[in-house]
Every structure is written in C-alpha cells, then in structure tokens.
Design a protein around this ligand. Structure first.
Ligand SMILES: C[S@@+](CC[C@H](N)C(=O)[O-])C[C@H]1O[C@@H](n2cnc3c(N)ncnc32)[C@H](O)[C@@H]1O
Length: 234
C-alpha cells in the first residue's frame, strides 16, 4: 500500500508548514535550500511571473518543467546541460524534493528551483502559455484497476498541461508500464497534442543515443524491461 504522501494525482495534499514535527527534509526546504524551494502556498503566487520572480528574467527566457523529479539525476543533468534555460521541478515527496535541488545546487546550477505541489493541478501554478518543455519520466504507475484513476497522464491533465505550454514546446513521457503507456497513448490521441514519435522500446530506437537514463529507468533496464517513450508537441 503506498503511503499517503506517495498517492498520486488526485490526492489533496496538506500544507507543509502545518506539519507539526517537520523532518530534516522539510527543515532544509525552509532553511538551507529556502532560496530554491517553494511550498504549496508559495508556488501558486508565482503564476504568470515565474521568470521574473524566481529567476530575474524577462518573458523571452526559456522555462522548462520536470514533473516527479525523484532523486533528481535527470533534473541536475538537464539544468547543467542547458544553463541558458530555467528549470522547475515539481515533487510531492520531501526527500526527493531536497535530493533534487541539492544535486542541482551542488553541481553549480543557478537556473533551477523546485516546488512541492501536486502536478495534476498544473494550471494552478502556471498561466496559459507560460512554460516550454515538460518532462514526465516514470510517473507512478498505479497498477491496480481501482487505482488507475490516480494516474497522472489522463485527458483532463493533458488538456491543462497543453494550455500552460507555449506553442512548439514538447512533452517527453517515459514509462516501463505497458498498460499505462497504451492507456496514455489513447488519451494523448484524444488531446490536442501532436505525437512527434513514440516507441515501445526506447533503448532500441532512434532516440536511444540522446536519452538520459533516470534512476527508475536504470532499475527497469537492469530487470531487462523495455522502456516506452512518447514525444509530444503543442
Ligand atoms: C517512480 S518516481 C520517478 C522518479 C524519476 N522521474 C525517475 O525517473 O527516476 C515518481 C516520482 O513522482 C512523484 N510524484 C508522483 N505523483 C506526483 C504528483 N502528482 N505531483 C508531483 N510529483 C509526483 C513521486 O513522489 C516520485 O518521486
């Protein structure tokens, strides 16, 4: 049974600042990494103004988003490889949130911030056409039939995400879960996204050379599982 914190999309999350006994990660959010972390109250206050408020940038700056950063290997890699682009991460859980931003900051990145928020409500934190590229790598699969409603990649979420992305921006979606992938592709086909390409076996496809292997991806590869991938464009 997943913990309350790990329950996915439709979970109503509580306010971090109301947690009576903050753990070390929550403490870091408000102290050591306070310049780089936003909680559920701070994040929506930046709606429409992320570039200026958080990065001191103008409206022409690139602003990308990673959803469910996990331990942040991809997040730090991306921030390092593209210092001219700003990168935001959304996480529900405190430990990965801090692991993510710590990794990026220790790598010298000045272009990265994270927030604790439920990504399903992406329209609460971003204005229409506010963000560029989006990364959704190995979202929680919710394998039981009764849990599938919690999956992130569903039509209503895709419509909200589409609205907050700029025209020409992309979504990179990866999962090891075949059932989730096939369901998601059905939903994507009903959405306004254009499917640039997709494969049931990323590591034997034309995208393998440019692919960055995330922590979860590495676990699945070691088990010999194929990785399913789709690239979408607004
Ligand atoms: C299976 S892990 C994958 C982590 C990483 N992307 C990787 O590939 O290694 C999924 C992550 O998404 C986070 N997550 C799940 N649902 C979320 C949501 N609705 N909003 C934000 N983060 C979420 C979880 O806390 C977890 O860290």
């Amino acid at each position: 049974m997943p913990s309350a914190m790990s329950r996915g999309a439709q979970l109503k999350i509580g306010k971090t600042k109301n947690i009576p006994k903050p753990n070390e990660y929550i403490h870091s959010m408000y102290h050591e990494y306070s310049s780089y972390c936003l909680d559920e109250e701070m994040a929506p206050q930046n709606k429409g103004h992320w570039r200026k408020n958080q990065f001191g940038m103008g409206s022409e700056a690139f602003l990308d988003l990673e959803i469910g950063t996990g331990n942040g290997y991809h997040f730090a890699h991306r921030a390092q490889c593209f210092p001219e682009r700003q990168l935001l991460g959304i996480e529900l859980k405190y430990k990965p949130l801090i692991q993510t931003i710590r990794r990026a900051v220790r790598s010298g990145c000045l272009n990265a911030k994270v927030m604790r928020y439920n990504a399903v409500h992406v329209d609460q934190i971003f204005a229409p056409e506010e963000i560029h590229d989006v990364f959704i790598h190995f979202p929680d699969p919710w394998v039981k039939t009764s849990q599938k409603k919690h999956r992130l990649v569903q039509l209503d979420f895709l419509l909200r995400l589409h609205q907050v992305q700029k025209k020409g921006s992309r979504v990179e979606f990866k999962t090891d879960n075949k059932d989730y992938f096939l369901d998601a592709m059905e939903q994507i086909q009903k959405s306004p996204y254009h499917i640039v390409g997709s494969t049931m076996d990323l590591h034997h496809s034309c995208w393998s050379k440019t692919n960055f292997i995330t922590q979860f991806e590495n676990l699945f590869l070691r088990e010999g599982l194929p990785i399913h991938f789709a690239l979408l464009e607004k």
